[in-house]
Design a protein around this ligand. Sequence first.
Ligand code: SF4
Length: 398
Amino acid sequence: MTGVDSFTTAVGVSGIWPAPPQFWSFSALEEVGTCPRRYALKRASYPELWDGQGYPERINESVLVGNIVHEAVETVLREFNRAGCSSLSEERAVDVLRCLGGYSKIATSALNKHLEKLSQNPRMLPQLDRLRQRLDRRLAEMRQSIKALVSQRPAVPQSPSTDTARTADPSGSARFGVGAHTEVTLIAKEARFIGRIDLLAVYPDYAAIVDFKTGARTDRHTRQLQLYGLLWLLDEAANPDHLPVASLALGYLNGSVAVELPDNWDVLQRELLEEISIADRLLRERHPPAVPTAECWHCPVRHLCDEYWQSAFVRREAQAIFTDAEVKVVKRNGPTSWVGTVGADNTEVLLRTTADDMVFPLGKSVRILDLVTGESEESDFLILTLTRSSEVFGPVRL
Ligand code: SF4
């Protein structure tokens, strides 16, 4: 692949770098702030690999559970709004839940939808059956989480019409009138900032924003919600009457938490514009900079990032069960084991596979993610075992 925006990685994967987006979201800005290379590798296009957008995602089970719960909550709230429920204690709310088939069916539908999406993803396909079994076992837990989050919907004025969720199309000009609105996309055109709010409640003189979270509380949730408040103030089409934000709330599984309004919205806006300008500049660099840290372990594109493999962060602490390794394959040791070396000092390792049809290139290096580590009782070899979650990339050409 050639062209000024194209790149080739050491494991032979080629792509085209992404341009800065037309509109920045909170999570995109946060990701560029953490590691511009990670943002760029995730969103680059890989036409030789697949037709999908970005690099095929690798989603872990807990993230998936959170996404399923979140989507199911959105479905229930949307149907409450459609039915014109102002409070969950109304008879109508019970009818809505009955029509949806109850919380178990809602959870199952959301789960199936996510698994269907993952079946298009070449990176998730090999573990899809196992993932389905594990997720099936967590359905009761998901059902409880959906119920807990839905119960935190505040009482809101009844919508005059059906929900008016707007798509991310910046030409959209929906005005959000009095009532409850779910999955609301707000756009600050001049600031080039976009956000999707779980629940926007518009009252005659003010608005309230609620966002639902399945994980533990963090400071980033607070900042995200304050920026959503700013979005409401800046979105001229959605809020033409310039209604102020009266409250911000985060809904967690164990209850709702009020978030303080910023002392000064102008200061927050200036900080946002500065962040966007820095993110634009970083992404326009030929190779967006890589920032290796201990958090690289969670990076789904770390196999494409040479800076990670040259950093000390590839090595986990001695007690870690999982590790990544760039292994130079020396020889076959048996049907399911290979001798190799790792690191600059060529430490010998025994590489164990789960299947005897797995073949490694002799004399070449491969990058392997998520190996289980262990020590041999008979020899000094470090044992690296591939599991069904491990991924092999290479051979490496540096
Ligand atoms: S591995 Fe680390 S340094 Fe490399 S792209 Fe991922 S987060 Fe950035």
